[in-house]
Design a protein around this ligand. Structure first.
Ligand code: ZN
Length: 438
């Protein structure tokens, strides 16, 4: 209704204007040389309006004709992008359905429609990987890695390929580049930590690992691998502080102190370690500078004073006393070690040696019989303790940060048990077979 009223008002105004113009008096004339043209004023005004409208329409038509090729190109490009997007979506769907043929077909279409577009490169790389063509896949990932915004996607693909090929050094290098492209990705950090372990880069692994990692073990290995004595000392100190019960950590720290002419500090470390967890290697290190047997007994007494009741302390004193021909004291300590629970082969062999020494010194048949009896008992006693992987049960003969058999980090235990110990609280960081182990 409003429209009708508006139209009637507009029509009335136009009719009024037309009447007004028609009623205007006067003429307009123009003279060109000998020609004179005269027309009524209303006619001239109407002709001017028509001329203006015609000129305006001509200009619009010209502009339209000039812009047509660009507009046509744009719409063609937009259509191409839409088709490319659809091809990318279909390629992703084919990848999810593990259909390599369809994935490759759609990826090729996407790449033709959207050359160098990151998504087209990504689906092409993934499709080639699914089709079992690692070279082609790598080429696409490399192209992707060159793109500033999508470099991380390319590097992630290259990293996975390097891991699949067990090329740990290359993988570690790619992981470092990926970290630069996208700092702070947590999965990448843990991947880098694993790679550092696989390549034996203990210091890097230590820097990248979280608090759940066996840090004392890793710091010990890093100290052993370090070429700079100051760095080695710092790492060994950290290792010992993290776990004073870890004998290799204590020895790594103490040996660096002794090498740096800090013998007393080194002894302090071993004394603390003996108090925490006595181990024969600690005693060997402690007594090493002393050669006189009686002096060694005194040194052994000084060390064992830090853990008097330990069977290991009695065993050490029995050994030292026997070496100094003090068989009575040796026998007493051997007996105390047995009473404290050290029913191992080495103890019975030591007891046999004590009785043999007595027999040689005129102890007679009773001593010889006791020696024979001790040797017999050694056959049925518990085995001697040794470093043993509590994951796979391997006994490599010496301590290793990573088990040489199964590659697990931080699972070496000094034990006389033959079955894997249960309830170990050290979280494992598994290495793959063939990795560098310290
Ligand atoms: Zn193992």
């Amino acid at each position: 209704m409003r429209r009708v009223i508006g139209f009637l008002i507009l029509a009335a105004i136009l009719v009024a204007i037309a009447f007004g113009l028609g009623a205007l008096p006067g003429q307009i004339g123009a003279t060109f040389g000998s020609w004179t043209v005269q027309a009524p004023l209303p006619l001239v005004l109407v002709a001017a309006v028509i001329l203006f409208v015609v000129l305006y329409l001509l200009v619009r038509l010209l502009a339209l004709l000039l812009s047509t090729p660009g507009r046509f190109g744009r719409s063609r490009q937009e259509r191409q992008v839409r088709q490319g997007d659809r091809a990318v979506t279909r390629a992703f769907a084919a990848l999810a359905a593990a259909d390599p043929k369809a994935a490759q077909r759609e990826a090729q279409r996407a790449k033709r429609l959207l050359p160098n577009a990151p998504m087209a490169l990504l689906v092409s790389a993934e499709a080639a990987r699914l089709a079992g063509n690692p070279e082609e896949s790598e080429a696409h990932y490399r192209a992707l890695a060159e793109q500033p915004d999508a470099a991380f996607l390319g590097l992630r693909g290259l990293l996975r390929q390097a891991l699949d090929a067990h090329d740990w050094t290359l993988a570690a290098d790619i992981a470092r580049r990926a970290e630069l492209a996208h700092p702070g990705a947590s999965w990448l950090r843990s991947e880098r930590a694993r790679l550092a372990l696989r390549t034996g880069s203990w210091a890097e692994a230590l820097a990248l690992s979280g608090p759940e990692a066996p840090r004392a073990v890793m710091a010990t290995a890093a100290a052993e691998a370090a070429t700079d004595p100051i760095q080695a000392l710092r790492l060994a100190k950290d290792a010992f502080a993290a776990d004073p019960k870890l004998t290799p950590a204590a020895l790594a720290y103490a040996s660096r102190l002794r090498a740096g002419r800090e013998a007393r500090k080194a002894e302090n470390v071993v004394e603390k370690a003996w108090a925490a967890a006595p181990h024969p290697d600690l005693a060997t290190f402690y007594l090493e500078p002393v050669t006189d047997p009686l002096e060694r007994v005194r040194e052994a007494e000084r060390l064992t004073a830090f853990n008097k009741n330990s069977p290991e302390s009695h065993f050490l004193l029995a050994q030292a006393n026997l070496a100094a021909n003090l068989t009575g004291e040796a026998r007493r300590h051997a007996q105390a070690a047995l009473a404290a629970g050290l029913d191992q082969r080495r103890l019975w062999v030591l007891k046999a040696d004590i009785e043999d020494a007595d027999a040689a010194a005129g102890g007679g048949e009773a001593a010889a019989f006791a020696a024979h009896e001790a040797l017999r008992r050694s056959q049925t006693a518990r085995p001697d303790p040794r470093w043993r992987c509590t994951t796979c049960g391997a006994e490599p003969g010496a301590w290793h940060a990573a088990c040489p058999s199964c590659g697990t980090v931080g699972r070496m235990q000094w034990t006389d048990k033959t079955v894997p110990a249960s309830g170990v609280n050290v979280p494992a960081l598994t290495l793959l077979p063939g990795a560098t182990a310290t």
